[in-house]
Design a protein around this ligand. Structure first.
Ligand code: AKG
Length: 427
């Protein structure tokens, strides 16, 4: 996996070309337009973020009134920075939805990409992937340093290591920017390709979740998407674009293996479509939380995609529902956690299961993660693969598309596996 193409100019349009590293006047003009649009958007949603008041109050006794209510919707980082020692009421979950005591841990099955790339070991590695997708819906793409190394030793593995560590670092620096600079990208619109926000779906959540996020659509061609990403920290676009490329290549490789495991003979056309498919990077920040036992960073949900590739720092927090119990995933720094999304459950006609997962927060350690969601192009309808439907195994899901999902999400649903449930055909 080479990053070399980022050193060569990328055509922006037939009249103006630019590199990601040195924008031309044309891209600067584009940026100004985008900034103006972002500012207009921020102005529209600012009242929602600034003025929402928490009827129950909930700040520290020693803090000002503003701290207790007025700034609640400014997000978790803002509250954490202000040193609250009690959780504002708007974040307090009903008892039945609180994290509870999750002491059991989960060591995810490991899919070793080096074995996947070795013709002598590929079949066995595909067997492991198949079993992991059926039983867990989650697996660990093993030792990505080693895995990526196997690919990039020809190129420059030092750069690739930098790419992975660099993404978590630039994400951390983005969330450390003063709020007004992050707020340029505020949007309550789930369809916005670039969106800074808080909670799960802050426009609809009755109880807020202890997470801030930056969503970046990273569809191909990447350079078109990158121009709309935040321009600070100054290296965010470059670092994230490099990461997005490597990540997408890794997804393609895992997807090809999954199609092989599913026995999809004619997968070439789907793989071609996926090359230009929909991708989105979600940078998540879960600040230290004054009362983590009362809230969650993210509620139980499944992902709307084929596969999610998750990069997390060394702080644990991800929990997976397995055999009716929540289990905490041991973070393996630098590795990818891969999980089956709703699209793959539908496409595999239920053979692979998208898994419920959630995020628990903690008292002392902020956590950063980057989830990359990959799927078919947005306009493409997805349904069960013909090869996986027969008399003995009838079609279990209706076709669906991205627009339907977004409408569902905008309406306020989307937690648990509610969207997937809505696509199920009663057998
Ligand atoms: O932060 C994590 O570990 C999980 C993130 C996630 O589930 C999401 O962004 O949908």
């Amino acid at each position: 996996m080479s990053t070399r193409c980022y050193q060569t100019p990328i055509r922006k349009s037939s009249v103006a070309s630019s590199t990601l590293l040195s924008p031309t006047m044309a891209s600067i003009a584009d940026d100004r337009q985008l900034h103006r649009a972002a500012e207009r958007e921020a102005a529209k949603v600012a009242p929602m973020f600034d003025m929402v008041s928490d009827a129950g109050g909930g700040g520290d006794d020693g803090k000002s009134e503003e701290d207790g209510s007025y700034c609640l919707i400014k997000g978790a980082s803002h509250l954490s920075d202000r040193g609250f020692t009690r959780l504002p009421n708007r974040y307090v979950l009903p008892v039945s939805e609180r994290p509870g005591d999750v002491s059991s841990r989960l060591k995810l099955p490991v899919v070793d990409l080096a074995r996947l790339r070795d013709p002598c070991q590929r079949a066995a590695a595909i067997g492991t992937l198949d079993a992991a997708c059926r039983d867990y819906g989650f697996f660990q793409a093993s030792t990505p340093h080693r895995a990526l190394l196997a690919c990039i030793c020809v190129v420059n593995h030092g750069v690739e290591r930098e790419v992975i560590a660099g993404l978590l670092d630039v994400a951390r620096r983005f969330f450390e920017l003063p709020l007004p600079r992050r707020a340029r990208y505020l949007s309550a619109d789930v369809r916005a390709p670039v969106r800074y926000g808080t909670s799960f779906n802050q426009a609809k959540d009755a109880v807020l979740f202890w997470r801030d996020f930056l969503k970046l659509a990273s569809c191909q061609p990447l350079h078109a998407a990158v121009a709309s990403w935040p321009d600070e920290p100054a290296d965010l676009r470059e670092v994230t674009a490099r990461y997005a490329m490597v990540n997408h290549q890794l997804f393609m490789e895992i997807m090809e293996a999954a199609l092989e495991a599913l026995g999809i003979a004619c997968c070439r056309s789907l793989l071609r479509e996926l090359k230009a498919g929909y991708s989105q990077i979600m940078l998540n920040c879960y600040p230290a939380c004054p009362q983590p036992e009362l809230t969650l960073g993210l509620p139980p949900h499944s992902d709307y995609c084929l596969f999610t590739l998750l990069l997390q720092d060394h702080v644990e927090g991800l929990q997976v529902m397995h055999q009716g119990r929540w289990l905490t995933v041991d973070p393996v720094p630098g590795s990818f956690v891969v999980n089956v999304g709703d699209h793959l459950e539908i496409y595999s006609n239920g053979r692979y299961k998208s898994k419920l997962h959630r995020v628990q927060v903690n008292l002392t350690r902020p956590r950063i993660s980057a989830a990359s969601f990959h799927s078919v192009p947005v306009e493409r309808v997805i349904g069960p693969a013909a090869e996986l439907v027969d008399e003995g195994n009838p079609r279990r899901y209706m076709d669906t598309d991205y627009a339907t999902f977004l409408s569902f999400l905008a309406s306020g649903e989307g937690k648990n596996k509610s969207f997937l449930q809505s696509r199920k055909i009663a057998c």
